[in-house]
Design a protein around this ligand. Sequence first.
Ligand SMILES: [Zn+2]
Length: 124
Amino acid sequence: MASPFITSQCIICGVGARTMERYPRIACRACHRRAVNAAGERIRFYTPYIAGGFEARLVDEAQTLDDEVTRTNLVYIDGQAVFADEARFGGSVIQPLEDRPDPARKLPPERQHELPPDLLRELP
Ligand SMILES: [Zn+2]
């Protein structure tokens, strides 16, 4: 049986990163751990339900929920905006913004104006 894993290059630092075919472009684990929110606060990602889901929590603030990142999935590594989300088979994955699925799916229509403008931009 073919392995579901492939090797690609980290989207931030370029090292070889083991990933799944469905996530061909990701941040390596070392870069993943440097993810911060727009205020520069370190964050970690959690799956809040057995069925999945995505939560971002502040590392240095007693794991307080980061509402904005939980809502927008927008994080930064070394100043580069990237997209964090739950991974299909557990854990979390950080991908380029242009590889993200529709981020608006998480918000009801009346709240979609809250998304950062760069998340709403049309993809090529
Ligand atoms: Zn890296």
